[in-house]
Ligand binder design. Structure first.
Ligand code: NI
Length: 163
């Protein structure tokens, strides 16, 4: 199976992804390929819907952090404190915008064997986790922007991608 990143306009990006029920070799292979693809494209996170798979899992690899896999993640808690930070997305290549998000997050997820783990993350990693988790619910980072900013970013993206 050769995976590719799908971009804005592909319906799978707007679907609510389904739970992962089977923790098998196929899942492990998909995750491995997602890491390859993410690194190739110089991304720091990649969610299954972005490779056309409407299932609840994503991978992250922030600078100074280890590669991480989150399967069936649940956001348990987010901080009241928010912070603005620049985000891009492999599904909207070439555009970036400042997005306001909670500063820290507590997430529960399963690993590749199905074992549940918890993680407290803050700053950049928290931002990546929240961005990727949004993908599982059909949300893109531009949906978190004020409408006028969102329109500008999308029209810039469309101009670029139609060249
Ligand atoms: Ni993204």
């Amino acid at each position: 199976m050769d995976l590719n990143v799908v971009t804005l306009g592909n319906e799978v990006l707007r679907e609510k992804a389904k739970e992962v029920e089977t923790f098998d070799q196929a899942l492990e292979d998909t995750v491995r390929q997602m890491f390859v693809l993410m690194r190739e494209k110089k991304g720091v996170g990649l969610a299954a819907p972005q490779v056309g798979i409407s299932r609840r899992f994503f991978v992250t690899e922030a600078a100074d952090d280890k590669p991480r896999v989150f399967i069936n993640p649940e956001i348990i808690e987010t901080s009241q404190e928010t912070v603005k930070g620049e985000e891009g997305c492999l599904s909207l290549p070439g555009v970036w915008a400042d997005v306001v998000r909670p500063y820290s997050v507590r997430v529960q997820a399963q690993d590749l064997t199905g074992k549940i783990f918890h993680l407290n993350a803050e700053g950049w990693l928290a931002r990546i986790i929240l961005h990727e988790n949004d993908h599982l619910n059909g949300l893109l980072f531009v949906d978190r922007l004020p409408q006028n900013v969102k329109n500008k970013v999308i029209s810039k993206y469309e101009k670029m991608s139609h060249n």
